[in-house]
Ligand binder design. Structure first.
Ligand code: COA
Length: 164
Protein backbone atom coordinates (compact mmCIF):
# COMPACT_ATOMS: atom_id res chain seq x y z
CA UNK A 1 0.00 0.00 0.00
CA UNK A 2 1.22 3.49 -0.79
CA UNK A 3 1.15 5.50 2.42
CA UNK A 4 3.21 8.32 0.99
CA UNK A 5 2.46 11.72 2.45
CA UNK A 6 3.88 14.89 0.91
CA UNK A 7 4.07 17.94 3.15
CA UNK A 8 6.30 20.88 4.04
CA UNK A 9 9.55 20.05 5.81
CA UNK A 10 9.98 20.62 9.55
CA UNK A 11 13.20 22.20 10.88
CA UNK A 12 14.07 19.09 12.92
CA UNK A 13 14.10 17.07 9.69
CA UNK A 14 17.04 18.93 8.13
CA UNK A 15 19.64 16.45 9.45
CA UNK A 16 17.79 13.63 7.76
CA UNK A 17 17.48 15.68 4.55
CA UNK A 18 21.24 16.32 4.58
CA UNK A 19 21.90 12.58 4.95
CA UNK A 20 19.62 11.69 2.04
CA UNK A 21 21.32 14.35 -0.10
CA UNK A 22 24.76 12.88 0.71
CA UNK A 23 23.49 9.44 -0.29
CA UNK A 24 22.03 10.70 -3.57
CA UNK A 25 24.79 13.03 -4.80
CA UNK A 26 28.61 13.01 -4.95
CA UNK A 27 30.26 15.20 -2.30
CA UNK A 28 31.03 18.01 -4.79
CA UNK A 29 27.33 18.33 -5.68
CA UNK A 30 25.60 17.56 -2.38
CA UNK A 31 24.21 20.55 -0.49
CA UNK A 32 25.39 20.77 3.14
CA UNK A 33 23.12 21.32 6.13
CA UNK A 34 23.69 25.08 6.37
CA UNK A 35 22.38 25.47 2.81
CA UNK A 36 19.24 23.47 3.62
CA UNK A 37 18.80 25.56 6.77
CA UNK A 38 18.89 28.78 4.76
CA UNK A 39 16.50 27.41 2.11
CA UNK A 40 14.11 26.41 4.87
CA UNK A 41 14.32 29.70 6.73
CA UNK A 42 13.88 31.85 3.59
CA UNK A 43 11.36 29.78 1.63
CA UNK A 44 9.77 26.94 3.63
CA UNK A 45 6.75 27.00 1.27
CA UNK A 46 8.96 25.58 -1.47
CA UNK A 47 10.49 22.73 0.54
CA UNK A 48 8.54 19.46 0.62
CA UNK A 49 9.30 16.05 2.06
CA UNK A 50 7.91 12.62 1.22
CA UNK A 51 7.05 10.70 4.37
CA UNK A 52 6.44 6.97 4.23
CA UNK A 53 5.27 5.23 7.40
CA UNK A 54 6.76 7.99 9.59
CA UNK A 55 10.10 7.98 7.75
CA UNK A 56 11.39 10.78 5.51
CA UNK A 57 12.38 9.04 2.27
CA UNK A 58 12.79 11.97 -0.11
CA UNK A 59 12.35 15.66 -0.72
CA UNK A 60 12.17 18.45 -3.28
CA UNK A 61 13.07 22.08 -2.74
CA UNK A 62 13.45 25.31 -4.63
CA UNK A 63 13.69 29.07 -4.83
CA UNK A 64 12.14 31.80 -6.95
CA UNK A 65 13.78 33.93 -9.62
CA UNK A 66 13.06 36.13 -12.60
CA UNK A 67 15.94 34.55 -14.51
CA UNK A 68 15.20 31.92 -17.16
CA UNK A 69 18.04 29.65 -16.04
CA UNK A 70 19.30 28.65 -12.62
CA UNK A 71 22.48 30.49 -11.67
CA UNK A 72 25.03 28.27 -9.91
CA UNK A 73 25.20 30.72 -7.01
CA UNK A 74 21.53 30.04 -6.30
CA UNK A 75 22.45 26.47 -5.23
CA UNK A 76 24.51 28.01 -2.43
CA UNK A 77 22.65 31.10 -1.31
CA UNK A 78 19.06 32.23 -1.05
CA UNK A 79 20.15 35.87 -1.44
CA UNK A 80 19.00 35.48 -5.08
CA UNK A 81 15.49 34.42 -4.03
CA UNK A 82 12.76 36.81 -5.24
CA UNK A 83 9.53 35.93 -3.39
CA UNK A 84 7.23 37.32 -6.07
CA UNK A 85 9.33 36.20 -9.02
CA UNK A 86 7.95 34.48 -12.11
CA UNK A 87 9.96 31.27 -12.18
CA UNK A 88 10.51 28.65 -9.54
CA UNK A 89 13.80 26.77 -9.66
CA UNK A 90 14.19 23.25 -8.34
CA UNK A 91 17.45 22.88 -6.43
CA UNK A 92 17.07 19.20 -5.73
CA UNK A 93 14.81 16.19 -6.07
CA UNK A 94 16.05 13.27 -3.99
CA UNK A 95 14.62 9.87 -3.12
CA UNK A 96 16.64 7.62 -0.86
CA UNK A 97 18.14 4.76 -2.96
CA UNK A 98 16.26 2.20 -0.85
CA UNK A 99 12.98 3.67 -2.07
CA UNK A 100 13.72 4.59 -5.68
CA UNK A 101 11.77 3.38 -8.73
CA UNK A 102 8.43 3.28 -6.96
CA UNK A 103 7.07 6.53 -8.30
CA UNK A 104 7.82 8.58 -5.18
CA UNK A 105 9.90 11.20 -7.01
CA UNK A 106 7.06 11.50 -9.49
CA UNK A 107 4.66 12.29 -6.65
CA UNK A 108 7.06 14.85 -5.20
CA UNK A 109 7.46 16.50 -8.60
CA UNK A 110 3.71 16.61 -9.22
CA UNK A 111 3.15 18.17 -5.81
CA UNK A 112 5.83 20.78 -6.49
CA UNK A 113 4.32 21.65 -9.88
CA UNK A 114 0.82 21.99 -8.39
CA UNK A 115 2.16 24.26 -5.67
CA UNK A 116 3.95 26.40 -8.30
CA UNK A 117 0.70 26.72 -10.25
CA UNK A 118 -1.20 27.79 -7.13
CA UNK A 119 1.47 30.43 -6.50
CA UNK A 120 0.93 31.72 -10.03
CA UNK A 121 4.48 31.04 -11.25
CA UNK A 122 5.13 31.09 -15.00
CA UNK A 123 7.78 28.38 -15.29
CA UNK A 124 9.49 25.67 -13.28
CA UNK A 125 13.24 25.48 -13.97
CA UNK A 126 15.66 22.66 -13.28
CA UNK A 127 19.06 21.40 -14.30
CA UNK A 128 19.72 17.70 -14.64
CA UNK A 129 22.21 15.21 -15.94
CA UNK A 130 21.84 13.63 -19.37
CA UNK A 131 20.32 10.36 -18.09
CA UNK A 132 17.39 12.17 -16.45
CA UNK A 133 16.28 14.26 -19.46
CA UNK A 134 13.75 11.65 -20.58
CA UNK A 135 12.51 11.23 -17.02
CA UNK A 136 11.65 14.93 -16.74
CA UNK A 137 10.09 15.06 -20.19
CA UNK A 138 7.20 12.93 -18.88
CA UNK A 139 6.10 15.92 -16.77
CA UNK A 140 6.24 18.23 -19.80
CA UNK A 141 9.69 19.73 -19.21
CA UNK A 142 11.48 20.95 -22.32
CA UNK A 143 15.20 20.36 -22.73
CA UNK A 144 17.20 23.46 -23.67
CA UNK A 145 20.50 21.65 -24.05
CA UNK A 146 23.77 21.81 -22.15
CA UNK A 147 23.67 24.34 -19.34
CA UNK A 148 26.27 26.96 -18.52
CA UNK A 149 26.22 25.48 -15.03
CA UNK A 150 29.48 24.04 -13.75
CA UNK A 151 27.94 23.00 -10.44
CA UNK A 152 30.10 20.28 -8.86
CA UNK A 153 32.16 20.06 -12.06
CA UNK A 154 29.47 17.99 -13.83
CA UNK A 155 27.67 18.50 -17.15
CA UNK A 156 24.09 19.71 -16.69
CA UNK A 157 21.13 20.30 -18.98
CA UNK A 158 18.70 23.19 -18.57
CA UNK A 159 15.05 22.19 -18.60
CA UNK A 160 11.88 24.20 -18.04
CA UNK A 161 8.18 23.56 -17.67
CA UNK A 162 5.83 26.28 -18.84
CA UNK A 163 2.87 26.68 -16.49
CA UNK A 164 0.99 29.35 -18.43
C1 COA B 1 16.08 10.89 -9.83
C2 COA B 1 15.36 10.33 -8.62
C3 COA B 1 14.86 11.48 -7.76
C4 COA B 1 14.18 9.49 -9.09
O1 COA B 1 13.50 8.95 -7.94
P1 COA B 1 12.47 7.75 -8.03
O2 COA B 1 11.58 7.83 -6.84
O3 COA B 1 13.21 6.50 -8.27
O4 COA B 1 11.66 8.17 -9.34
P2 COA B 1 10.38 7.46 -9.90
O5 COA B 1 10.07 6.24 -9.14
O6 COA B 1 9.35 8.51 -10.07
O7 COA B 1 10.87 7.07 -11.36
C5 COA B 1 12.13 6.43 -11.57
C6 COA B 1 11.99 5.33 -12.56
O8 COA B 1 11.32 4.28 -11.93
C7 COA B 1 10.24 3.87 -12.74
N1 COA B 1 9.19 3.45 -11.84
C8 COA B 1 8.33 4.23 -11.17
N2 COA B 1 7.49 3.49 -10.46
C9 COA B 1 7.85 2.21 -10.67
C10 COA B 1 7.38 0.97 -10.19
N3 COA B 1 6.34 0.90 -9.36
N4 COA B 1 8.03 -0.15 -10.58
C11 COA B 1 9.07 -0.09 -11.41
N5 COA B 1 9.57 1.06 -11.91
C12 COA B 1 8.95 2.18 -11.54
C13 COA B 1 9.86 5.08 -13.53
O9 COA B 1 9.20 4.71 -14.71
C14 COA B 1 11.20 5.68 -13.79
O10 COA B 1 11.79 5.04 -14.88
P3 COA B 1 12.56 5.90 -15.97
O11 COA B 1 13.74 6.47 -15.28
O12 COA B 1 12.91 4.88 -16.99
O13 COA B 1 11.58 6.95 -16.41
C15 COA B 1 16.26 9.40 -7.77
O14 COA B 1 16.81 8.41 -8.60
C16 COA B 1 17.38 10.14 -7.07
O15 COA B 1 17.19 10.65 -5.97
N6 COA B 1 18.55 10.16 -7.70
C17 COA B 1 19.74 10.80 -7.12
C18 COA B 1 19.58 12.27 -7.07
C19 COA B 1 19.29 12.90 -8.41
O16 COA B 1 19.96 12.66 -9.40
N7 COA B 1 18.26 13.75 -8.42
C20 COA B 1 17.84 14.47 -9.59
C21 COA B 1 18.57 15.74 -9.69
S1 COA B 1 18.19 16.58 -11.18
Amino acid sequence: MNNLKIRNVLPEELDCITEIEATCFPAAEAAPKNVFKERFSVFPEGFFVAELNNEIIGFINGGVTNENHIQDEFFETMSLHIPNGDNIAIFGLDVHPKYQKRGYAKQLMKHFIESAKKSDRKNVLLTCKNHLIEYYKQFGYINEGVSESIHGGAEWYDMYLELK
